[in-house]
Write a protein that binds this ligand. Structure first.
Ligand code: ADP
Length: 394
């Protein structure tokens, strides 16, 4: 099952996008709808609200009088907390029920306006943000929904900023234009990304092989890596010692294959195996389910587990290494050393670009990676000297 979080400021077009995804076959969980259901007429939730806030929050027909409740519940923090303590657990339980009822191959889309405000992004495989300029949203809310302009502006002000949402977004849908434009993007997103992402995770499908292609440095790589790491950290919890962004995409200014390398460090090799299912469920299936040996000059092999990101829109290699081998430390040392040495960084970029050109027709990255390792192995010696002089620690 793929869990997709869908959010955006009020009036941006969340419902428009959600409905289209549902037409394609997504299982839609609408948190606003659930919040109304759990306090509908005759519900236990409504009875608790009446017990907490008094009979005068009821309309004549026994349903909730929302403006009357809002006047009381939003008067102060205590009252707001009391209301949330009644509504939130019920919405949570209902959401869990609906998730459990969705099939193992479902793409579940959770429409949740306050996803960013409540820090929920790491719980999803993918976060979609729908956005539109503030003035456009105000106009839609006033014209299409009949909201008072001051009310629309007040609600927009109370929500997260575009910048905050952007930091959480794996997919950014601009709905500032005609609805057709965003709907076409949604159609492509469904077919090219959500459907294969779900299948990749469920079936443990590896990324198709391709020739090495070195891209210019992308300044968004660190933020993309951090988003992935928050998901991984949430999934593995205390079973990992640490999770880090490693490899070339972690070095500012360095050209690299557009594949984000991440490293999860576990205490023992057996822990790497024990995490395999957890990482798969989090969206990073095991590449072949096998142990892979880290390259090194002579001596005992250094086994690791490799998982790959299931999202076809974001290539990720996730290396699970244990404290029992030196490889986890070397990955961090190499990154920190080359970050601190722009000359070495540029020399490394030259090597990569030359090798990528030589191997452009290979159809696989293996010979490229093997040859590149010669430079990296020599660099380790220089990095160790630097570490000794600077008393570097991971
Ligand atoms: P949200 O769920 O994010 O609050 P909606 O999807 O309900 O937003 O959209 C708000 C209003 O704007 C709705 O009445 C919707 O029909 C309309 N709307 C959505 N997208 C567009 C668009 N691209 N152009 C014009 N109107 C739109």
């Amino acid at each position: 099952m793929l869990r997709v979080g869908l959010t955006g400021g009020i009036g941006a077009g969340k419902s428009t996008v959600a409905n289209r995804l549902a037409e394609h076959g997504a299982v839609l969980i609408d948190s606003d709808l659930l919040a109304r259901e759990v306090v509908e007429r005759g519900s236990k939730g409504l009875a608790e609200i009446v017990a907490a806030f008094g009979e005068d929050v009821l309309a004549a027909d026994g349903s909730l009088d929302r403006p009357a409740l809002a006047a009381k519940a939003f008067a102060d923090d205590e009252a707001r907390k009391k209301l949330n303590a009644i509504v939130h657990p019920r919405v949570g339980a209902r959401t869990a029920e609906l998730m459990a009822a969705a099939g193992p191959d479902a793409v579940v889309v959770h429409d949740i306006p306050l996803l960013v405000e409540n820090g929920l992004a790491p719980a999803y495989h993918l976060v979609i943000v729908v956005d539109a300029p503030v003035e456009t949203r105000v106009r839609r809310l006033v014209e299409a929904r009949g909201m008072a302009e001051a009310d629309a502006r007040a609600r927009i002000r109370a929500q997260a900023t575009g910048e905050q949402r952007r930091a959480a977004a794996d997919v950014w849908l601009d709905n500032g234009g005609a609805a057709d434009v965003v709907l076409a993007e949604v159609d492509a997103l469904w077919a090219d990304r959500l459907v294969p992402f779900e299948a990749n995770v469920r079936l443990g499908r590896p990324r198709p092989p391709r020739s090495p292609k070195v891209a210019p440095y992308d300044a968004t790589w660190p933020a993309q890596a951090e988003r992935l790491l928050t998901r991984i950290r949430l999934a593995v919890g205390e079973r990992a010692v640490r999770a880090d962004h490693i490899g070339s995409t972690a070095v500012p200014g360095l050209a690299a294959k557009n594949i984000i390398d991440l490293q999860v460090t576990v205490p023992e090799l057996a822990d790497a195996e024990a995490l395999a299912d957890t990482l798969t469920a989090a969206g990073f299936p095991a590449a072949g389910g096998e142990w892979v040996d880290d390259p090194q000059d002579g001596g005992e092999p250094w086994p690791k587990r490799v998982h790959i990101g299931g999202d076809p829109g974001r290539a990720v290699n996730l290396h699970v290494r244990s404290l029992e081998t030196p490889a986890w430390r070397l990955a961090l040392l190499f990154r920190d050393w080359i970050r601190a040495h722009p000359g070495e960084r540029d020399a490394y970029a030259e090597v990569k670009l030359r090798l990528a050109a030589e191997h452009a027709e290979d159809g696989t990255t293996e010979p490229y990676t093997d040859e590149k390792q010669t430079w990296v192995n020599a660099a380790f010696t220089r990095a160790e000297t630097w570490a000794a002089h600077t008393t570097w620690t991971p």
